[in-house]
Design a protein around this ligand. Structure first.
Ligand SMILES: *Cc1c(COP(=O)(O)O)cnc(C)c1O
Length: 387
């Protein structure tokens, strides 16, 4: 079946780009590994397929699915989230252009922009995205091409008003890029709120099973799409067929997974809030979170990511991080299994000593889809080591 934008999220997730194979009726579209395609005479392409870097039916199916879920017209699938970001920046900026990004952006994004693309003449200013006046000033001070935001941010879980930020960017002639990795399109669709570009690390919630690395860009504008599609083809950081297949398979269940991730995240956050060892719980589903009302407005639920800061400082954070067993100590997030991360030495080690550095008393939990009683019992046990 083909899907329409009026259909619900889960219907689109299961069916977009996933029509059954016409010859056999195979319900799951076959995985196409071929790197090249036979031509009916020189230039006689079948359905436009010529060479695997330029096009692959398995990747195209994923791209159609991604566009349908983010409410975009075009999507591009890459070999990693950072490969997607790199192609996006090279497609739409030129030397002398500037990127204004959140001062708690993902460390790898900041590293790419400052330490790789900086040498090619792309400037950057990190700012607090909650402070729209500061964003406006930073945007005006340079030839700003992109305002780049993560909401919720990683790992501080700050919520930024996408609609208001789009206006600030557009008033200055810049584009708003939203890294929607943490929310996923099930919880939040930035294009509908005025963003121009959505980027994803599909490694996280979209893939959802911690078994594939990938990235994506989604847009709703044909001109932007053309430029991005050209760089995807010319640079070649495309996702391979197996990766695209696994990502599609994960994406089909995104909605049901996000419901459970969100329920578990909420319960874990509420449990943490009651603990005397805890200094702060950063979770937008808590009424005490400064972004709670805004998150309620622009997100469907609040997701499975919870950050927590300890009164006992670095030592306490490390102790809890190293004493769980249902939560696995590992980088990454968004998989069905719960993960525990100590950002300042793990995911965010690359921004240590910069203004993006993460507090040393903070751990970040990616609440999986296990039974929440087991997640809480695991934390309770780890907390006994704090006494
Ligand atoms: C992981 C991550 C990225 C980078 O994606 P990779 O797939 O690891 O290259 C970008 N943004 C956010 C928010 C992430 O969590």
């Amino acid at each position: 079946m083909s899907v329409s934008e009026n259909q619900g999220f889960n219907t689109r997730a299961v069916h977009a780009g996933q029509a059954f194979e016409p010859r056999t009726g195979a319900v799951v579209p076959p995985l196409h590994f071929s790197s090249t395609y036979a031509q009916d005479g020189i230039g006689g392409l079948r359905d436009g397929y010529e060479y695997g870097r330029g096009g692959n039916p398995t990747r195209d199916a994923l791209q159609e699915q991604l566009a349908a879920l983010e409410g975009g017209t075009h999507a591009y699938s890459f070999s990693s989230g950072l490969a997607a970001e790199d192609s996006l920046i090279r497609a739409l900026t030129r030397p002398g252009d500037h990127i204004v990004l959140g001062n708690d952006a993902y460390g790898g994004t900041y590293r790419l922009i400052s330490r790789v693309l900086g040498d090619w003449g792309i400037g950057n200013t990190p700012v607090d995205m909650a402070d729209l006046d500061a964003v406006g000033k930073a945007v005006a001070a340079n030839k700003t091409r992109f305002v780049w935001v993560e909401t919720p941010s990683n790992p501080l879980m700050k919520i930024t008003d996408i609609e208001a930020l789009a206006k600030v960017a557009h008033d200055a002639g810049a584009l708003l890029v939203v890294d929607n990795t943490f929310a996923s399109p099930y919880l939040q669709t930035p294009l509908a709120l005025g963003a121009d570009v959505v980027v994803h690390s599909t490694t996280k919630y979209i893939g959802g099973h911690s078994d594939v690395v990938g990235g994506a860009i989604v847009v709703k504008d044909a001109e932007l799409a053309e430029k991005i599609g050209f760089v995807q083809f010319a640079v070649g950081a495309v996702s391979g067929p197996m990766d695209a297949f696994l990502t599609t398979r994960g994406l089909k269940t995104l909605g049901v997974r996000m419901d459970r991730h969100s329920d578990n995240g909420q319960a874990v956050a509420e449990w943490l809030l009651e603990r005397p060892e805890v200094e702060a719980v950063l979770y937008p589903g808590l009424p005490s979170h400064p972004g709670h009302e805004l998150a309620k407005k622009q997100m469907k639920k609040f997701g499975g990511m919870v950050s927590v800061q300890f009164k006992g400082g670095e030592a306490a954070a490390r102790t809890v991080a190293e004493n769980t067993s249902v939560f696995t100590l590992a980088e990454s997030l968004g998989g069905i299994e719960s993960l525990m991360n100590y950002p300042s030495e793990m995911t965010h080690a690359s921004v240590k000593g910069t203004e993006l550095a993460v507090p040393v008393n903070l751990i970040r939990l990616s609440c999986g889809i296990e039974d929440v009683e087991d997640l809480i019992a695991d934390l309770e046990h780890a907390f006994t080591f704090l006494r």
